[in-house]
Design a protein around this ligand. Structure first.
Ligand SMILES: Nc1nc2c(ncn2[C@@H]2O[C@H](COP(=O)(O)OP(=O)(O)OP(=O)(O)O)[C@@H](O)[C@H]2O)c(=O)[nH]1
Ligand SMILES: [Mg+2]
Length: 364
């Protein structure tokens, strides 16, 4: 069987990693070998920590996005194929990246198309953000970030509306019709990872077709760069120690406090996510907007030590984001928990400078 490389893009918090987690689980249960490639501007990734827990092989490209480090992407593909080759490899680009058809999919076809099947580019969209942007709004984003969001959809071969469990069946149909009217060239799928609805249909869509990167969007790199630069980025790993600490309550309180602080200063959240690991257990916490988007899944035992990995992408200066996160961690630890940062990086993404940028669709 020829290895198939499936790229799943889409804005911060759209549901990419959750989709890949579920899909990898299903395919592995069917006896398939699955590889996953994560990507970020800096190391210490919640996505890598999560995906590494489901038995699939995971490689990380960090320090730069796939498009600006295309050789890093090729090296990650080789890494997950080393030893026993994978049947399917999923790649998740950074949520604030666009122009992927020109900078990733076409070069992948050129460089690897003779030995891998490059699958159609899927772009996930959160239904709430999607609805607002289809109305011409910016969905609580900076206008240049909203530009990135629209460009991502424009270049998709497949658009995947995520989180359909948040809508009624009628609302899903209406949204699909509006999306289809605005972007008639893309195939549209709907999925819910809470119910599993739509997952197999999307999987069939990306595994049966090999028409990858059929659309190139015209992207203004000045606006794109501004859309990324307005985001503060923080990746941290922190060792925690506390006697008889309920880490589940700690993680939830921490994320609630962070959410309250960010809401109170009017900072728009792209995605704040954490994974707290203690012993063999782990829990995930996510915030994809205001306080009501907060979710906690999983639980851990009451052990004396745990490790917290926290990734925050918030529309504010990175220094200000860092100050808020440090302050919230300090006040939530009080005198009862010792928090020792093992890694701590705070930045705002630099101007995208892709390794390759094709102005035509590579024929296979
Ligand atoms: N209600 C609902 N929530 C979902 C679904 N899929 C994902 N989520 C939630 O959406 C949030 C973000 O999910 P992720 O999978 O981490 O999103 P992502 O696109 O990988 O985010 P980035 O890597 O930061 O760009 C988490 O709280 C998920 O639990 C879904 O089908 N329904
Ligand atoms: Mg992710």
């Amino acid at each position: 069987m020829t290895t198939r490389l499936i790229t799943v893009g889409g804005f911060l918090g759209a549901g990419k990693t959750t989709l890949l987690w579920e899909t990898a689980k299903r395919l592995t249960a069917r006896g398939m070998r699955v590889g996953l490639i994560t990507n970020d501007q800096a190391p210490e990734l919640v996505d890598t920590a999560l995906l590494s827990r489901n038995g699939a092989r995971v490689a990380e490209v960090s320090g730069s996005c796939f498009c600006c480090n295309f050789d890093g992407l090729l090296a990650a593909v080789s890494e997950v194929r080393a030893g026993a080759d994978a049947d399917v490899i999923f790649a998740e680009p950074v949520g604030s990246c666009t122009d992927l058809s020109a900078t990733i999919i076409q070069p992948l076809k050129e460089h690897l198309g003779h030995e891998l099947v490059i699958a159609p580019l899927s772009v996930m969209v959160d239904p709430v953000r999607l609805s607002d942007t289809l109305d011409g709004g910016v969905a609580d984003m900076h206008p240049s970030a909203a530009y990135i969001y629209r460009k991502q959809i424009e270049e998709a071969d497949i658009i995947v509306i995520s989180k359909t469990d948040l809508l009624t069946a009628d609302e899903v149909e209406v949204l699909k019709t509006r999306l289809c009217k605005a972007y008639p060239k893309a195939a549209i799928f709907t999925v819910s990872m809470h119910t599993g609805e739509g997952l197999d249909a999307w999987l069939a869509g990306v595994t049966q077709s090999s028409e990858a990167g059929q659309h190139l969007a015209e992207v203004d790199y000045d606006i794109y760069a501004e859309g990324e630069a307005v985001l503060g980025w923080l990746n941290a790993t922190i060792a925690l120690r506390g006697d008889s600490t309920d880490w589940n309550a700690f993680a939830e309180d921490l994320l609630k406090a962070l959410s309250q602080r960010l809401d109170s200063i009017g900072a728009s959240v792209g995605h704040v996510k954490l994974i707290l690991e203690a012993g063999d257990g782990f829990l995930m916490g996510n915030l994809t907007g205001k306080r009501e988007t907060l979710s906690i899944r999983g639980s851990v035992a009451c052990l004396s030590k745990s490790q917290l990995t926290l990734n925050a992408r918030v529309q504010m200066q990175p220094e200000a984001l860092e100050a808020v996160v440090r302050d919230v961690i300090d006040s939530n630890c009080k005198d009862l928990i010792t928090a020792t940062p093992c890694a701590w990086r705070c930045l705002s993404p630099g101007r995208p400078n892709p390794t390759h940028r094709y102005d035509h669709v590579v024929k296979m």
